[in-house]
Design a protein around this ligand. Structure first.
Ligand code: 5GP
Length: 344
């Protein structure tokens, strides 16, 4: 047994200190960034905010909206080849096809020529610590040399390096912080997200890789904090769920008229029952995700613009003209309390 005494921080443990700024308007801030990668020779220009590959978030409908604003969608991995083939060619550069180890490479082969316009492949497993996962990344890199590979999830620097050296361009960082996640209760495993991003991005950048902070953002301020912690990309689940473009049915409460939508973790029993055979369910047994009813939020575009507006606002407070400058302009202050809850 070993204990690390250094405190690790979550988004809620810090605030970003304002600094002298030349920028008075959010319009002056440029959130698009041009990326080149460690392994892939492709270039991607866009706003590095990504919809999570959850089936209540990363849908084709969501991708159509998010792509209009040059943000990324990691599609959930339960789309059929036919559905993927019908994705309009114009948005494919902003869409990642997600695969898991169990499904293997078949869907990528079956896409054939259609795969050409997709720049990103996202390899997603709940636990990125197995040797089998690193080997699978190597295999995908060998077969699809030119693609930008996103792989995860891990939350420690050593494993971030391992995944990059195996062939990932971008490592998804985050275990236990998601809004529909119960891994910290079930398994007692995880690292507070802000520190995980700081430590893993340092490791990734040292060897030419990048990280995508995945999970734990509850508001636009958290997205800015993730960029402040040096995340190259930020992935959102719950914040982008509950809209017209997400897949779940809208339920109306007969008494109050309130509209709500189901949102569940991809390792919850709801998702396991929907997608996996009985054998898989027995293997998994302990669900690591929960099912919640969330308030219906209307149009995804309005939410996205609000969130991006928040990040622009952070930039004007700290003197960052571009998204890449956020971390250079960030000083975090540790806080005991960050919100005034008088009216809650
Ligand atoms: P959020 O933005 O909602 O806080 O977090 C989204 C992330 O939570 C996802 O991108 C994924 O990494 C993680 N996640 C989604 N479903 C589950 C689940 O059932 N269990 C766990 N442990 N994590 C999940």
């Amino acid at each position: 047994m070993h204990i690390e005494n250094e405190i690790k921080y979550d988004f809620s443990d810090v605030l970003i200190k304002p600094k002298r700024s030349y920028y008075t308007s959010r319009k002056e801030v440029d959130l698009e960034r041009k990326f080149s990668f460690k392994w892939s020779s492709l270039v991607w220009k866009g706003i590095p905010v990504a919809a999570s590959n959850m089936d209540t978030v990363g849908t084709i409908g969501a991708a159509k909206v998010l792509s209009r604003h040059n943000t990324l969608t990691c599609l959930h991995k339960f789309h059929s080849v036919e559905e993927l083939r019908e994705i309009p060619t114009g948005i494919r550069k902003n869409v990642a096809i997600t695969i898991g180890i169990a499904e293997g490479l078949n869907i990528l082969y079956e896409l054939g020529d259609h795969l050409k316009q997709f720049k990103f492949i996202c390899i997603d497993v709940a636990n990125g610590y197995t040797e089998q996962f690193s080997d699978f990344i190597k295999q995908v890199r060998d077969e699809f040399e030119e693609k930008i590979i996103i792989a995860g999830n891990v939350c420690t620097p050593e494993m971030t390096e391992q995944l990059i050296l195996s062939g990932a361009d971008i490592v998804k960082v985050g275990i236990g912080g998601g809004s529909a996640c119960i891994t910290r209760n079930v398994a007692g495993v995880g690292i507070p997200q802000l520190s995980a991003v700081i430590d893993c991005s340092d490791a990734a950048h040292g060897i030419g890789g990048m990280v995508m902070s995945d999970g734990g953002c509850t508001c636009s301020g958290d997205i800015s904090k993730a960029f402040g912690a040096n995340a190259d990309f930020v992935m959102l689940g719950g914040l982008l769920a509950g809209h017209d473009e997400n897949s779940e049915k809208i339920t109306v409460d007969e008494e109050t008229g309130e509209k709500s939508v189901k949102f569940y973790g991809m390792a919850s029993s709801t998702a396991l029952e929907k997608y996996y055979s009985d054998n898989m369910k027995i293997d998994y047994k302990a669900s690591e995700g929960k099912l919640v009813n969330i308030t219906y939020k209307g149009s995804l575009e309005d939410t996205l613009l609000d969130l991006l507006g928040g990040v622009r606002s952070t930039c004007t407070y700290i003197g960052a003209k571009k998204i890449k400058d956020i971390s250079k302009c960030t000083t975090f202050v540790c806080v005991n309390n960050q919100l005034n809850n008088y009216f809650n």
